[in-house]
Design a protein around this ligand. Structure first.
Ligand SMILES: Nc1ncnc2c1ncn2[C@@H]1O[C@H](COP(=O)(O)OP(=O)(O)OP(=O)(O)O)[C@@H](O)[C@H]1O
Ligand SMILES: [Mg+2]
Length: 285
């Protein structure tokens, strides 16, 4: 009988080693960046990309110069959410120019694949693609880099932590137990790579009925409790709202489409917390 070889995930191998994790230095291409936030969750489909893009837009509206890196090389969402298509222009030095919309400079595998389709790659190729997107993009002067992470706690997460110093991770979860279990795994993983959790976002927390009452479709307050139990900050609740989905599909995030609305106010509050609760990196010269 053939023996099945079990390849340990790089994260497990990393976590079980006794070496302390040393964060990388800031890549030169991102020399001006004062803060880097990875928006993550163990589970897929909980709203990481939606949260990341809306937080990026809120930060931009608050006056920060924002870059957005789509680290989901298998299922990039940034082209759709930011209404951007096509390949980046290349400058005389061979650097890619980020695509820009809503005042945010974006880089995504979706711009680099001919049909915007998904890549079918192994770990080292993913890592190589991330390196290229980080180092070979002319990000220019930006203050905050938001990273839209793929689901899971594997190769891409470790790879990013080894390439860019993170100010912290934002963990997105819906209130159900299945999502919360993955959120806990996400929180623990970032702990192992010495990355602070800047906060947990409870997405699709409730549905607002016509009469203004909140219907807790997926259960009440699970992410808030998880944050408390793990001793990390809670950033807030985002409702399950058709307009959030519709605006995402249109490529005009709700924060841009309705800056004065209740949902934008929630994202704005979270964006302010991201800045006020963290310290900037010293600038790399
Ligand atoms: N608060 C919300 N209200 C309504 N729809 C939402 C909300 N948050 C996200 N969605 C919708 O849920 C779907 C999944 O969201 P999104 O793509 O942001 O999740 P994700 O965690 O990034 O997924 P993946 O793991 O595939 O990267 C999208 O159709 C999005 O528009
Ligand atoms: Mg996503």
């Amino acid at each position: 009988m053939a023996t099945r070889r079990v390849f340990p995930s790089p994260f497990r191998a990393f976590a079980s080693s006794n070496r302390a994790f040393t964060p990388p230095s800031m890549p030169l291409a991102l020399a001006s960046v004062a803060r880097v936030f990875a928006v993550a969750s163990g589970k897929g489909g909980v709203g990481k990309s939606t949260t990341c893009v809306n937080l990026a837009c809120a930060l931009a509206a608050l006056g920060h110069r924002v870059g957005l890196l789509d680290a989901d090389v298998f299922g990039p969402s940034v082209p759709t959410l930011m209404h951007l298509r096509g390949a980046p222009a290349i400058d005389a030095r061979g650097q890619m120019l980020p695509l820009e919309n809503h005042g945010i400079r974006c880089q995504s595998m979706g711009f680099l694949m001919p049909d915007g389709g998904a890549a079918v790659w192994r770990g080292p190729m993913v890592s190589g693609a991330l390196t290229k997107m980080i180092n070979e993009t002319r990000w220019g002067e930006i203050d905050v880099l938001m990273i839209d992470m793929p689901p899971g706690t594997g190769d891409a997460q470790i790879s990013i932590s080894q390439k860019i110093p993170l100010t912290g991770a934002v963990i997105v979860s819906t209130p159900q137990e299945v999502a919360l279990a993955d959120a806990r795994r996400g929180i623990d993983m970032y702990g192992k790579v010495n990355t602070a959790i800047v906060g947990v976002v409870e997405n699709m927390a409730y549905y607002l009925e016509r009469d203004g009452t909140k219907a807790y479709v997926f259960g009440e307050g699970g992410a808030r409790r998880t944050a408390k139990e793990r001793g990390v900050p809670f950033l807030g609740e985002v409702p399950l709202d058709t307009r959030i989905r519709a605006q995402s599909d249109e490529g005009v995030p709700i924060v841009v489409a309705d800056w004065d609305g209740a949902v934008a106010r929630i994202y704005r509050g979270m964006a302010e917390q991201l800045i006020s609760s963290t310290k900037p990196f010293e600038r790399v010269e």
